[in-house]
Design a protein around this ligand. Sequence first.
Ligand SMILES: Nc1nc2c(c(=O)[nH]1)N[C@H]1C(S)=C(S)[C@@H](COP(=O)(O)O)O[C@H]1N2
Ligand SMILES: [Mo]
Length: 326
Amino acid sequence: MLIRTNNTGFIHPDHRDITPESLYMNRRALLQLAAAGGASLAVGSAWSQTPGELDLAAMQTVRSAVPGAISTEKQTPFQDASSYNNYYEFGLDKGDPVKNAHTLQTQPWTVRVEGLVNKPQTFDIDQLLKLSAQEERIYRLRCVEGWSMVIPWIGYSLSKLLDKVEPQGSAKYVEFVTLADPKTMPGLRSGVLDWPYTEGLRLDEAMNPLAMLAFGMYGHALPKQNGAPVRLVVPWKYGFKSAKSITTIRLVEQQPGTAWNKAARNEYGFYSNVNPDVPHPRWSQATERRIGEGGLFARRNKTLLFNGYEEQVGQLYAGMDLRKNY
Ligand SMILES: Nc1nc2c(c(=O)[nH]1)N[C@H]1C(S)=C(S)[C@@H](COP(=O)(O)O)O[C@H]1N2
Ligand SMILES: [Mo]
């Protein structure tokens, strides 16, 4: 991601926040150690934090039968996945959302599904939770900044919801609008993005069974910093396509604007499929590092086309120039 500053143009946050996450974790542990007056046990307790200890509701799930939905790679520890986040509404640093997102009000919550559909409807979050069986899916999520995670998400295919509202023939794209509440989201004071954060998918991408509406992770409801109460997870695209805390889903005919595309058109395209062969204008996308595994100096893994989901989604882009449609 990049950050728009007052007069110097764009600065990539990795340049501003050069602390690799291993040092970040150490610093966090050290701070906790200091707060505890040097008791070495404090480090242990910081590392043992679980979703249950955070009072996140446990969720019943079935194992997903969607092809490609269960990665067998080593899972990112919960405490890394819930403390190293991008959620600019709660601050620009990776450690800000976990500190600030407690103000997010997730009850009551409704999601309006509207636009070019036969049956527009406002769902409250309990209706949405019950719309389909909650599946556990273990997806890689690859951020455009060069890191990735492997997370056991809970949710179901976005297509289940779209089927309910019956998209009309003229609907070609799906726009996702997320919460923008200045009272609870301190990040809205920054002009980095044009709030609310919006995202979009082509309708056939949105209907691909891998595109997921997620309500939980690690067997529990989503932590606020991860996009509670409902977010998108689109595992073959860069992380910023996976919009958090969704309030409106709109079926439209024209390709919708998206938050990062509006901020820097030449850097973040509409498609944003993970592609090791198409570098970001200012850095390579060929490799990635796993969060929670040894930090900046750890071996970097080769990034895979469509984040490794080519078999499931490659046909969506048959005949398209992926350099042009970045
Ligand atoms: N509303 C909203 N959604 C968002 C973002 C954001 O800033 N605001 N950041 C995106 C980016 S850049 C990434 S990499 C993922 C991070 O998800 P995670 O923190 O759960 O790993 O969320 C995406 N969804
Ligand atoms: Mo990202």
